[in-house]
Design a protein around this ligand. Sequence first.
Ligand SMILES: Cc1cc2nc3c(=O)[nH]c(=O)nc-3n(C[C@H](O)[C@H](O)[C@H](O)COP(=O)(O)O)c2cc1C
Length: 277
Amino acid sequence: MTGISQDRSSSSYPDPEKRWRCTVCGFLYSGDKPPKGCPRCGSPGAEFRPATEKIQFRYEGEPFDVLLINGSTHRAGNTGFLVDLAEEELNARGVSYRRFNLSEYSIEHCWCCYSVKAEYCTYPCRNWQDDMPGFHAMLGSAKAVIVASPINWNGMSGRLKDFLDRTTCFQNLFHLDKPGLTDGKVVGILICGHEDGALKTAMDIFLYFEQMGYLLAPFGIAYRTHGAQYNSSTDAEFFRDDKRIRDDVKGVVSNVVELMQLDIESRLKGRLTPVSE
Ligand SMILES: Cc1cc2nc3c(=O)[nH]c(=O)nc-3n(C[C@H](O)[C@H](O)[C@H](O)COP(=O)(O)O)c2cc1C
């Protein structure tokens, strides 16, 4: 039996029937399988996840090397495809990693304590109630981050902006003369979009990481836009058929891994002079 529901207020359902939640808009659907598409936001069925009760994400400290972030609103859209390619390369190289699609997590806007009382902005972040503390812990632990975003208005997605704003507590450690937790780590950046703004978006993202002391891997940015001859119905096919983006994403991942494996983070420990705004 299948049916649809407009209820998005509750996160726990006593109903034993299988329930699915659209990770983009929160639409709930009942049925054995997720629907082919979301009637509310138009997303394909791949955006649906089991509507289990949401519990706070925690990182229990099991070590891994690369944190892979899909910053898109869509877990399985074009940006998600770039992240799939990144996973292929990480698997091929036998590198330990964890992938996260931000659309599946609850990450609130930065409270911007720094703007009110700079000393309040420190690690751990004062907002410990959402899923970000788990991500903070992983950022402090992983040796490298690969972050992917669609271009939205010549910039990164809103979800990724919220996520990166929440890293201010790492940057502010330097202002507070506390030991850094992220300096000497490695970052790679993957961008997709329709027409314009790819490099600006990549550089906007990089600025956050630069201010946390990350090193951009050599040839550490891959981006692809396809132009006006494709639209949102045909762009997925474009990206999947495009050899250049496949090669470039794999190249960025490979370069991140090469730099990471030099273990520069530990060699620079205590030797860097933080220069941050
Ligand atoms: C609000 C919004 C703004 C966008 N702005 C741009 C833009 O400035 N430049 C561009 O090339 N593409 C832009 N796009 C297109 C997306 O980058 C493109 O559809 C991308 O492939 C979506 O990735 P996703 O499937 O991971 O969501 C925009 C899309 C949206 C929804």
